[in-house]
Design a protein around this ligand. Structure first.
Ligand code: GLN
Length: 483
C-alpha cells in the first residue's frame, strides 16, 4: 500500500535526533510550517502558530545546548484540533460563536505534550463543535481529502487527519465522541486511536458529549500513536473521569505475535450495506491475519443495530446541555444590538451557532423534556447498558473485535450535507465503542481502485489499549509485507 505523501521519521527518532543535536528543533518546526504553507489549499488548518512554535523550538534548542533534557518528544511538531484550548491563542471549535475566544488556560493533553518538548504548530479544522463526519459543518471552510480534493476528509477531526496525511506534522490530536478520530483517519489513510474512555483527560477540550468524548492521536503508525498516548494518558485531578495509564506505559510496545490470538468479526457490521471494495479489503486482511495463526470467528452483537439511534439521542442530549454555556455573555460572540438580556441570548445564539449545532440543541432538549424523557432518553440509556453487556459477553469469547470503520469510501463534498440522516449513517460502525467506553483504532489497510483509502477498525476491552496497539502493529507489518 502506497501512501502518497512524504513521511516523517518515527516520532521517537525525530526526538532522539533533536536531543543528540543531529537536527535542531527549529529546523523541524520550519519544515512543518513550510509543509503547512505548501498544502494550504486543502484547508486543513484554521490557525498557524508560527511565532509561538518558533519561540518554543528556540527554547528546546537552548536546552539541548545547555545539556538539559528537553523531553521525550523534543522538538516534534504537532497540530491540535481547534477544540483544544491553548494559552495565548484563539480556540474556535470552528464555530462563529467562539470566534476571537482566547482561553485563559490550556488543555491537559497539550500541557503534557509541551512538558515533553512537543511543539504545537497549528490548530486544525473540524466540524463546528465536533458535530459531523465530513468537516462540512465547519463554520469557516471545508477541508479537502488529500487523496481526492473533490471528496471530504471525514470528520469531525478531518483537519487533523488531512494534516497528518499531507505530511504537515508527524502527529495530530483529535477528539472522538462517535468516531471522529477513526473515521477521518480511515478516509485519509492515517492511523487513528480512540483510547479507553477516561484514559486521556478531557480538561481544556471543548465538550461535546461528556460521557462519550475521548481524546487521541492521529499518526502514520501504531507505534507513533503509542508514543503519544504514553505522554498524554493518565489520571488528572482536573478531570474526575480519568483513569490510570497502563503500569507498563505504551511506548515500548512491539508487534503482537498473532499465534492463538482470538479475534471476533462483528457479524452485524458485515450486513450494513458495506461498500464492496471495503468488504474485499477487509476479507483479505482477515485471511492474512488468520494465516498467521490467529483464531478468527464471527461474533454477534445482537443490539448493535440500535447503537446509532441510541447515540443520536444520548449525544444531542449531552450536546444541548454543554452548549447552553454559550450565552454570549461569559465568552464568545455577543450581539449587542438588542434591548434586553433575553433577546441578547436569542440573537447571539441564533447568529453564532450553525445549523447542525442548532439541530442538536433542539433534538437534545426535546429528548430530555419531561414529556419525552422516558420515551427517548431513558430508553436510549437502557440500550446503552444492554450494549455494554453484549460487548462484555463478546470479550469473554474473543480478545479483539474487528470490522470496517465506515460503510462507505470517502464521499464527495456536498454529497450528504443536505441530508443529516445520511450523514449520521457514516457513524454506524464507530459509535458502539464510544457508547461502551472501549478503545478502538482505525488502521489503513488498502486503497480502492480509485485510490481512496480504506481503514480497518479493531476494538478491545476497556483498559486494554496497550495490547490493542501491539495488535495494530502486527497488522501493519502484515500489510507492509503484502505490498
Ligand atoms: N460523526 C459523529 C457525530 O456527528 C461523531 C462526531 C465525533 O466523534 N465528534 O456526532
Amino acid at each position: 500500500m502506497k501512501r502518497r505523501w512524504g513521511q516523517w521519521e518515527p516520532i521517537e527518532s525525530l526526538a532522539e535526533s533533536v536531543r543528540s543535536k543531529r537536527i535542531s528543533a527549529t529546523s523541524l518546526i520550519e519544515r512543518s510550517l513550510k509543509e503547512i504553507k505548501t498544502y494550504q489549499e486543502y484547508n486543513a488548518v484554521i490557525l498557524t502558530l508560527e511565532n509561538r512554535a518558533l519561540a518554543h523550538a528556540k527554547q528546546i534548542d537552548k536546552f539541548v545546548n545547555e545539556g538539559k533534557n528537553p523531553g521525550k518528544l523534543a522538538g516534534v511538531p504537532f497540530i491540535a484540533k481547534d477544540n483544544f484550548l491553548l494559552t495565548d491563542s484563539e480556540t474556535t471549535a470552528a464555530s462563529n460563536i467562539l470566534k476571537g475566544f482566547i482561553a485563559p488556560y490550556q488543555a491537559t493533553a497539550i500541557s503534557r505534550l509541551e512538558a515533553e518538548g512537543a511543539i504545537c504548530v497549528a490548530k486544525a479544522n473540524l466540524d463546528a463543535f465536533a458535530h459531523g463526519a465530513s468537516t462540512e459543518n465547519s463554520d469557516f471552510f471545508v477541508t479537502k481529502n488529500p487523496y481526492d480534493k473533490t471528496r471530504v476528509p471525514g470528520g469531525s477531526s478531518g483537519g487533523s487527519a488531512a494534516a497528518v496525511a499531507l505530511g504537515m506534522v508527524p502527529f495530530a490530536l483529535g477528539t472522538d465522541t462517535g468516531g471522529s478520530i477513526r473515521q477521518p483517519a480511515a478516509f485519509c489513510a492515517a492511523f487513528g486511536l480512540k483510547p479507553t474512555y477516561g484514559l486521556v483527560s478531557r480538561n481544556g477540550v471543548v465538550a461535546m458529549g461528556s460521557s462519550l468524548d475521548c481524546i487521541g492521536p492521529i499518526t502514520t503508525s501504531a507505534k507513533d500513536a503509542a508514543v503519544v498516548l504514553d505522554v498524554i494518558s493518565g489520571q488528572d485531578t482536573l478531570d474526575s473521569t480519568t483513569v490510570k495509564s497502563d503500569p507498563k506505559g505504551y511506548s515500548d510496545i512491539s508487534a503482537l505475535n498473532l499465534g492463538g490470538v482470538k479475534i471476533g468479526l462483528v457479524k452485524e457490521y458485515l450486513n450494513q450495506g458495506v461498500n464492496n471494495e471495503i468488504t474485499v479489503a477487509l476479507n483479505s486482511t482477515v485471511e492474512h491475519i488468520r494465516s498467521r495463526g490467529a483464531e478468527m470467528k464471527e461474533i454477534s452483537l445482537p443490539s448493535i443495530d440500535l447503537a446509532l439511534a441510541c447515540y443520536y439521542i444520548i449525544c444531542p442530549a449531552e450536546v444541548s446541555s454543554n452548549l447552553s454555556r454559550y450565552d454570549g455573555v461569559r465568552y464568545g460572540y455577543f450581539n449587542a444590538d438588542v434591548k434586553d438580556l433575553d433577546s441578547g441570548y436569542i440573537r447571539s445564539r441564533g447568529i453564532g451557532f450553525g445549523k447542525e449545532a442548532k439541530r442538536r440543541i433542539m433534538i437534545g432538549t426535546f429528548v430530555l423534556s419531561s414529556g419525552y424523557y422516558d420515551a427517548y432518553y431513558k430508553k436510549a440509556m437502557t440500550v446503552r447498558t444492554k450494549l455494554i453487556e453484549e460487548f462484555k459477553a463478546a470479550f469473554e469469547q474473543v480478545d479483539y473485535l474487528i470490522g470496517p470503520v465506515t460503510p462507505s469510501l470517502p464521499f464527495k463534498i456536498g454529497e450528504k450535507s443536505a441530508n443529516p440522516l445520511d450523514m449520521y449513517l457514516a457513524d454506524v460502525m464507530t459509535v458502539g465503542a464510544n457508547l461502551v467506553g472501549i478503545p478502538a483504532v482505525s488502521i489503513p489497510i488498502a486503497f480502492s481502485k480509485d485510490n481512496l483509502p480504506i481503514g480497518l477498525q479493531v476494538m478491545a476491552r476497556q483498559r486494554d489499549d496497550r495490547n490493542l496497539l501491539a495488535l495494530s502493529m502486527a497488522i501493519e507489518e502484515l500489510i507492509n509485507e503484502r505490498d
